[in-house]
Design a protein around this ligand. Structure first.
Ligand SMILES: Cc1cc2nc3c(=O)[nH]c(=O)nc-3n(C[C@H](O)[C@H](O)[C@H](O)COP(=O)(O)OP(=O)(O)OC[C@H]3O[C@@H](n4cnc5c(N)ncnc54)[C@H](O)[C@@H]3O)c2cc1C
Length: 180
């Protein structure tokens, strides 16, 4: 560690890691702080029993589990969330699916005008840059239909809705990993 940095980034998920990388490439001296551990392939739990040791839960008045446990649940009366704890953040436990937002997402007036104005230009460039770096590939047609897709279709039909879940060509996983 040095005594001084130009920038301190807290957290190494999609947000922190990319910011730290870009700032370092721009020549700034960057310190990236991460509360969790660095995990290598082979360090991950391989059974539900092993996985139980990688769970931490935070309720309003108590907590359970090691503070560096990978699966970090925050349980509250209104919103509860699961996040990842480790170098890489929630990407360590996410499904590794890369999908462009539905057109309707952009129609929401909640987006600041400045962001909507950049949609066709800087945002489109960013998407292209992410595509080049992540190299997502379509979910192979020859693979069995994912269980979660079947579950979503069943849920939709129980609600009397036609499922919009599908094996879209735009749903993709990066070629180099097998998480999810
Ligand atoms: C089960 C699940 C599946 C998902 N599947 C997908 C998917 O398929 N595709 C997709 O695009 N997105 C998916 N997501 C969403 C995606 O993972 C998140 O949107 C993304 O990881 C958020 O990035 P972030 O940098 O904002 O936060 P995070 O990735 O959560 O990173 C935050 C980081 O900060 C660290 N941190 C927190 N507090 C401190 C502190 N005080 N000091 C130091 N470090 C700290 C944490 O340990 C963590 O590393 C999924 C999410 C979940 C939970």
């Amino acid at each position: 560690m040095s005594e001084a940095y130009d920038v301190v980034v807290v957290g190494s998920g999609y947000g922190g890691a990319i910011s730290a990388s870009r700032l370092a490439r721009a020549g700034l001296k960057v310190c990236l702080l991460e509360r969790g551990d660095e995990r290598q392939p082979g360090d991950f739990a391989e059974s539900p029993l092993e996985g139980m040791g990688e769970v931490q839960v935070d309720w309003p008045n108590r907590r359970m589990g090691a503070r560096n446990a990978l699966f970090d649940f925050h349980v509250n009366s209104d919103i509860s969330v699961l996040v990842g704890c480790g170098l890489g953040g929630t990407s360590l436990i996410n499904a590794n699916v890369a999908i462009l937002p539905d057109e309707r997402v952009w129609l929401d007036r909640k987006w600041p005008d400045a962001i909507r104005a950049d949609r066709e230009t800087r945002i489109a460039e960013g998407v292209e840059r992410a595509r080049e770096m992540l190299r997502p590939t379509p979910f192979p047609d020859a693979h069995p239909t994912p269980t979660k897709l079947q579950a979503m279709s069943r849920s939709a039909s129980h609600m009397g809705r036609r499922s919009s879940a599908r094996r879209s060509r735009s749903i993709s996983r990066t070629a180099s990993t097998t998480s999810g």
